[in-house]
Design a protein around this ligand. Structure first.
Ligand SMILES: *Cc1c(COP(=O)(O)O)cnc(C)c1O
Length: 500
């Protein structure tokens, strides 16, 4: 199978090349030329399988230039007992009749980014070998919080790679920041950028699309690549858990083969929900994809009006990994939903860059509404969800998952839909202890307290164990203290790579 650029269909590359380079040279994203289909009997065959076997099955359909043995090796290195706290890897929790949480945070950094970033380095390493590449690959990451740590953890000490992470100085939690600035490994670097996530992301994108700078790097034997969800190698592993959750529901006799389910996805960069869209296009029986946003509700408006408009004030919320106004992966969806209209996609992306806005025609808008339902929750609603679900069910959600639950409730209220629904749970509540405790015990309970004491307090209050990746964080020495302006990001990269 070949991959095309969303901005120029005539660009066609194998998956190894797409994964190695991350972004197409024209600034477009790589998408599969055809979307592979599974029959219902092929879906049924996933039910008795382990997570890893399900992953090999799904990934092999996309990574056709990899041997099955290569895919298997990558999968087994990523989803292992050493890295994940549960053998199920992505367990389902049944909250109530017909409502489930898909817990994607049992990996080393306690957020769903591990699902992709534990495997990406292995896929990338193979991709480098397959394409005969001799340069050292430099991974540049802009993070809204969880990606950075998950990428650092995934790439640390992976031979032939270096990783540089930029995080927004305003807009990651204390725990997220501490996780990153204490990162160990001989190939890692971390810097803060003054500003928010969009500043960091657009800075990284600019470096990526700068051909002159690419030449400078090449002369020094470096090649840039991306671990952001614009990289196909990041996105494709996320398709697996949608199939896996459906297979688990079949196995547990929660559904019958072919029965449609809804997925609710707390959304920022549109990566996770795009993976759900691919799963649906591949034949997974999906009814509605419910796109949940926080107050940065640019996607809610887009789904409801067909106008994507980032000209609005950026809000720092208690679900920081969703504080995003430019949802990069939407570009891939637009390509598919327009039947591969690369000229149109290019024009919209140009409008977005120049004017911060684009509008899709009625036909496209209607197609979008058939597939998605969009809603959002503000912080007060998010806290109320955490509190009420804890009271009613004794289940503790993090803030991102709570946004999804809140939007799901609004969806049910508006539509009366009783279709069985999987809510994607994207982070451990411990990762956002401050907010979670405030929601459960009131703001006074956390005010002025050390964020690391709050981990202990949340453990006491809920009777849950602090995940391994977070316990002991307080004692770890801080290694990275650099802060730069957006305009200085080039210098930071050059400096880190010792360029002349
Ligand atoms: C990244 C992240 C999201 C948003 O996922 P996207 O793929 O960017 O839409 C939601 N929740 C958490 C905890 C995250 O880390």
């Amino acid at each position: 199978m070949q991959y095309q650029s969303t901005r120029d269909k005539s660009v066609r590359v194998a998956s190894a090349y797409a994964i190695k380079t991350g972004l197409a040279a024209d600034g477009g994203l790589y998408v599969p030329e055809q979307i592979p289909k599974l029959s219902l009997s092929e879906i049924a065959a996933l039910a008795p399988m382990s997570y890893n076997d399900r992953a090999v099955n799904i990934l092999s359909r996309f990574l056709t230039d990899f041997s099955e043995e290569e895919v298997t090796t990558c999968v087994n290195r990523a989803y292992s007992k050493e890295k994940f706290e549960t053998v199920e890897i992505a367990p389902l929790f049944k909250l109530a009749q017909g409502v489930y949480f898909l817990e994607l945070w049992h990996g080393p950094t306690c957020a769903f980014k591990d699902m992709a970033l534990q495997i990406l380095p292995h896929l990338l390493k193979r991709s480098i070998e397959k394409t005969g590449e001799t340069k050292e690959v430099v991974i540049l990451v802009a993070t809204s919080g969880d990606t950075g740590k998950a990428a650092l953890e995934g790439f640390r000490d992976v031979e032939g790679t270096r990783i540089i992470v930029f995080y927004p100085a305003d807009g990651v939690s204390d725990v997220q920041k501490r996780q990153m600035v204490t990162q160990e490994g001989n190939n890692v670097d971390v810097a803060a950028v003054s500003g928010n996530f969009d500043d960091a992301q657009s800075g990284v994108k600019q470096i990526f699309t700068d051909n002159e700078y690419a030449d400078v790097l090449a002369r020094n034997n470096f090649l840039l690549s991306s671990a952001n969800s614009i990289n196909w190698g990041r996105l494709v592993p996320q398709i697996v858990y949608y199939f896996s959750s459906y297979a688990s529901m079949l196995k547990n006799e929660e559904i019958t083969l072919g029965e449609k389910v809804n997925f609710v996805v707390p959304t920022g960069n549109f990566g996770d929900i795009l993976a759900a869209y691919y799963a649906k296009e591949m034949g997974l029986p999906v009814a509605k994809l419910i796109c949940a946003s926080n107050e940065n509700n640019v996607l809610t408006d887009f789904i409801n009006t067909g106008v994507y408009d980032r000209n609005r004030s950026f809000k720092t919320t208690t679900s920081p990994s969703m504080d995003i106004l430019i949802s990069s992966n939407l570009e891939r969806f637009l390509f598919h939903v327009t039947g591969g209209d690369d000229a149109r996609v290019s024009a919209w992306m140009k409008d977005l860059k120049d004017a911060g806005r684009y509008e899709v025609p009625e036909l496209t808008k209607n197609k979008i509404k058939e597939i998605f339902w969009g809603g959002f929750c503000d912080d007060a609603e998010t806290f109320a969800q955490i509190d009420s679900v804890n009271r009613e069910f004794g289940y503790v959600m993090d803030t991102h998952t709570a946004v999804a639950k809140g939007v799901y409730d609004k969806y049910v209220k508006e539509t009366g839909d009783e279709t069985k629904t999987v809510i994607v749970s994207t982070a451990s509540p411990f990762k956002f202890s401050d907010s979670v405790l405030s929601a459960i015990q009131g703001e006074d309970a956390t005010e002025g307290k050390d964020p690391f004491d709050l981990l202990d307090e949340l453990a006491q209050t809920t009777g849950l164990l602090i995940p391994q990746g977070l316990s002991g964080l307080r004692e770890k020495p801080v290694i990275f203290t650099a802060v730069c302006e957006k305009t200085e990001m080039y210098d930071v990269v050059s400096h880190m790579l010792n360029l002349a």
